[in-house]
Design a binder for this molecule. Structure first.
Ligand SMILES: NC(=O)c1ccc[n+]([C@@H]2O[C@H](COP(=O)([O-])OP(=O)(O)OC[C@H]3O[C@@H](n4cnc5c(N)ncnc54)[C@H](O)[C@@H]3O)[C@@H](O)[C@H]2O)c1
Ligand SMILES: [Zn+2]
Ligand SMILES: [Zn+2]
Length: 336
């Protein structure tokens, strides 16, 4: 069977591996249909992901069909369409014990710390898989993982009916944050530098869009909110400038939801946080958001049409990586 292997930074290969073992007791063998290509896969290829070790089979946005189940598996059967929940947690550390395993002290992400789903088959414990109705097309089902990132951002921001939310960045993650915040009943403002991305965000429900190449972000946000500021400000870009703007865009009692991984310190003043008692909250991966996202997809309650812009065969992984770089794609899928 074929695997997409990053042997070393800048060295990606399609390798032929031995046919996989039968699933043991609580394990499931999955035949992969699609894996979404994500910034973190590209960073592993480029050698910029601090968590990755090599060689690594990449891929954490993965869906497929159950091929075979181990003898103790009762909730899945051959032919079920499934999605991978790509995190392995210890269950014992404090974050795990307080119900926040996404920030487990011993967290391992499939496709980053351990091998992921860009391979024709893999075997995994059944509790890492979620069944999704075959009425949801594979091209939509594979979006579940990035959608859970958007769901976690709304969870961390406690987004609800009547909130006004600013989302900086209309890339894949910004769009996922938008779809969920709209589903939670918020009014959403989206900013980006790219008119096409902003137009797409409007098509997906953004109430207001701001092109920061043409307008001052904070001026526009305060105009839209009648000088109040937003209740929740999500940074789905991850630059120091966007983090700083996120803090400045909040109304009193606002929440800043930070999704980026920039290591250099930003310039945020204490007074901006203290005077309005802002909460600055990180949002990493997700906890317990797969069932919610699956129900939204199964009930057709979010419109994900058009998010997938390209489908490439596994053999075309190099083309897919090139395409990713030119920033015109939304989600590129790799087909197995
Ligand atoms: N916390 C998590 O769990 C998690 C998971 C996945 C991705 N991320 C992070 O989310 C961020 C976005 O990821 P993505 O895959 O959507 O990236 P992306 O490159 O697809 O999207 C980024 C978007 O931001 C826009 N942009 C650039 N500068 C901007 C600015 N100053 N203001 C507004 N928009 C601007 C770009 O035009 C682009 O549309 C990254 O920082 C990534 O590391 C976090
Ligand atoms: Zn991803
Ligand atoms: Zn843990």
């Amino acid at each position: 069977m074929k695997q997409v292997l990053v042997k070393n930074p800048q060295d990606i290969q399609i390798v032929e591996a031995e046919e996989i073992d039968k699933p043991q007791r609580n394990e499931v063998k999955v035949k992969v249909i699609y894996a979404g290509l994500c910034g973190s896969d590209v960073h592993i290829f480029e050698g910029h992901n601090p968590f990755a070790t090599y060689p690594r089979i990449i891929g954490h946005e993965v869906m497929g069909v159950v091929e075979e189940v181990g003898e103790d598996v009762s909730d899945l059967e051959s032919g079920d369409q499934v999605i991978l929940e790509p995190i392995k947690t210890c269950g014992e550390c404090r974050p795990c014990r307080i119900g926040r395993p996404n920030i487990c002290e011993n967290l391992q992400v499939y496709g980053v710390h351990r091998d992921g789903g860009m391979q024709e088959y893999f075997v995994i414990e059944s509790d890492k898989l979620h069944k999704i109705s075959s009425e949801v097309t594979p091209e939509k089902a594979v979006l579940a993982e990035p959608l859970t990132i958007g769901a976690q951002a709304s969870l961390r921001g406690e987004v609800g009916e009547g909130d006004t939310v600013l989302i900086q960045g209309a890339g894949t993650i910004g769009l996922c944050c938008l779809l969920i915040a709209k589903h939670k009943g918020a009014t959403v403002i989206v900013s980006d530098l790219d008119d096409d991305k902003l137009q797409f965000a409007e098509d997906k429900g953004a109430d207001y869009t701001i092109n920061i190449g043409e307008n001052n972000l904070l001026d526009e946000v305060f105009k839209i909110t009648e000088d109040k500021g937003v209740n929740v400000s999500m940074d789905a870009v991850g630059l120091n400038a966007t983090f700083e703007s996120a803090v400045k865009s909040c109304a009193p009692a606002g929440k800043v939801v930070v999704l980026g991984f920039e290591e250099k310190p930003a310039q945020v003043s204490q007074v901006d946080i203290t005077k309005g008692e802002l909460d600055v909250r990180g949002s990493r991966l997700q906890t317990d958001q797969f069932p919610y996202i699956i129900s939204l997809l199964e009930k057709n309650l979010i419109d994900v049409d058009g998010i997938v812009t390209h489908i490439k065969d596994k053999e075309e992984i190099n083309d897919a990586l090139e395409l990713f770089k030119d920033n015109s794609s939304r989600k590129i899928l790799i087909k197995f």
